[in-house]
Design a protein around this ligand. Sequence first.
Ligand code: GDP
Ligand code: MG
Length: 596
Amino acid sequence: MENIRNFSIIAHIDHGKSTLSDRLIQTTDIVSDRDFQDQILDSMDIERERGITIKSQTVCLPYTAKDGQTYFLNLIDTPGHVDFSYEVSRALASCEGALLLVDASQGVEAQTLANLYLALEHDLEIIPVINKIDLPSADIERVKNQIEDDLGLDPETAILVSAKEGTGIEDVLEGVVTHLPPPVGDTEAPLKALIFDSHYDPFRGTVVHFRVYQGKIKAGDSICFMSNNATYKVEEVGIFQIVRVPQKTLSAGQVGYMIAGIKTVSDTRCGDTITLKKQKCDTPMPGFMETKPVVFSSIYPVASDGYEDLVTALEKLKLNDASLIYEKDTSAALGFGFRCGFLGLLHLEVVQERLEREYDLSLILTAPSVQYEIVLNDGSLLIIDNPALYPDPTMISLTKEPFIRAAIIIPDHYMGAVMKLCLDRRGINRNYQYLTNNRLEMIFELPLAEVVYDFYDKLKSVTQGYGSFDYEIIDYRETDLVKLDILINGERVDALSQLVHRDRSVERARHACEKLREEIPRQMFKIAIQGAIGGKIIARKTVSPFRKDVTAKCYGGDISRKRKLLEKQRKGKKRMKMVGKIMIPQSAFLSVLKTD
Ligand code: GDP
Ligand code: MG
C-alpha cells in the first residue's frame, strides 16, 4: 500500500485535464506510441470534439520514481461538467489527493473553485499545477496570486507545466509520489469497496469501477451491493491500463474493475458499496445518493417508421448510461416517442447527438422542462415535467419550481451585462465579491427552468467567453406557471407546448411564433401561427402562401443540374415532419427553444 497513490485531476473545462492525462500515460509507457491516439481518456468521439469528459476512465500507471522505487499511480478521471457533479464527488471520494490544474492564461474559474471545494470536502491533499505555460499570454505570477488569494493554497508548491509540449511532466509524477499520501486500510477486514463508475462491455456485460477501502476481492467471491442487497458472483477483477489487466485479487487501497455477470449499468449505482455476501462490512461508504434527472424532454423520430430504430438505440444507449431514463410517450402531432430525463442540458445534448450520430437517427426534441410540484385544490401533490400532463388550472392551488444557486465568475466590467441577464431570467442577486482586483464572483438564485433555456450560451456571449458558471439545486419555490400552447392553422401542436412563467409568457409566445414563421417554408396556402394560454390568443404570425418551384431557376440549364436540385430538395424533406397538412422542418422545433 505504501507504493500506491490514488489521485484525480480537477480543473475548469478546457484547462488541459485530458491533455495532461495523456502525457502522464505516455510518460509511464503503458502504451506504445504507435497505439497512442490523441486524448486516450476521452474515448468517445463527441467528447473529443466538444472537449468534455462524460464517461470517466481510470488508469493505473507504473512509475519508477527518483528514489528508485516503483509506484502504482491510479489516475481517476472525472467527468468535466456541472451536470455530472455527483459522479465527480464519488471519484474524488476514491482518492487521497488531487492535482488542481489552472490554465496559465485564463486563471482560476468557477469550476476550478467548485472542484476545489469538492476535493476539500473529501479531505484531499491538493497540488496546484499551472498548465499552458508555453502560451505567450501565460501570466504565471497572476495565476500564483490567484492560487494564494482565491484558493488559499501555497503558490510555492505549484508545478509549472505545458501538457502540450510535455514540460514539467516528470515534476508532476514526482509531486504525486512525494506530496500525496498513500492509502490506508485494513486488508484483513471484511470487504468494503466504493463504486465510482461503471461502463458496458458488449461481450462481458457491466464493468464496475471501484476503490477498495478494506478487505480483498477476487474472482469466485459472492458479493453484495449494499443499497439494494443484490448479489453477484465475481468472474474477474483487475486493473485498468487502457486495456483491462486481470489480477488475482484487489485489496485495500487499490483501484480497479470487476466483472460479475451484471447485465446493464443501471443495475449498479455510482456511490454504492460492494461487500461480501457472507461477511458483510458494518457500514456502507458515506454519501450514497441516487442521481435524479432534472431536465426532461420528449424525443420523436422525424420519420414515422423510425420508431423501432429509436427503441433499439435508446436501449443500447441506456446500457452505458445509467442516468438516462425514459418512458413511452405519444403526441398527436408527432406520433410515438419517449419522454426522457437527463442530469442537465448538456447531458440532453450529448444523448441527442449520440442518437443522431451513432444510430443515424433524425430526431425531434420538445422544449426541455424541469419538474414542477403542483398542489391541487384537494390537497394532493402532483409532480409533472411534461406540459401534456398539466392539469386544468382551476384545479391548482399552488405550483412550485426548482431554484438553483449559481456562482458566476467574470472580469468585473461584465458585471452590468451579467446582472441584466440574470435579472431578465428572474434571478435574485445574493452576493458578489472580488476574488482579485478585477475578477468578480457573483452569486445568484435562479429558477432552473430559466437556465435550461440557453442560459449558458447567453452567459458566454455577454461576457465574450470570459464568464464561467457553476450551479447546484437548492430548493423549490412558489411560482406562477402557465401552459403556453402553439396553434398552427387553429390546431394545437402538442409537441410545441411549454410550461412557462406567466410574466414571460407573452414574450415567449411571440418569440415562438416568430421563429416558426421563419422556419416553416411557405406552402400553397396561408398558415396562421398562434400562441395561446387557455383559449386566449396572446401572439400571432402568418406565413403567406407561395409556390416554390426550384427547377424554374434551371430554365435552359442542363438536366443533371436540375436533377441534383430535386435530389437536394428531397433530402431536405426527410428532415420535415407533416403536422396535419403542414410540413414543419425539424429545425423549427429546436428554434423555438433558442432566444434571439
Ligand atoms: P480539458 O477540458 O481540461 O480536458 O482540456 P483539454 O485537455 O481537452 O485541453 C483543452 C485545449 O487546451 C486543447 O485544445 C488542448 O490542445 C489545449 N492545451 C492543453 N494543454 C495545453 C498546453 O500546455 N499548452 C497549450 N498551448 N495548449 C494546451
Ligand atoms: Mg477533457
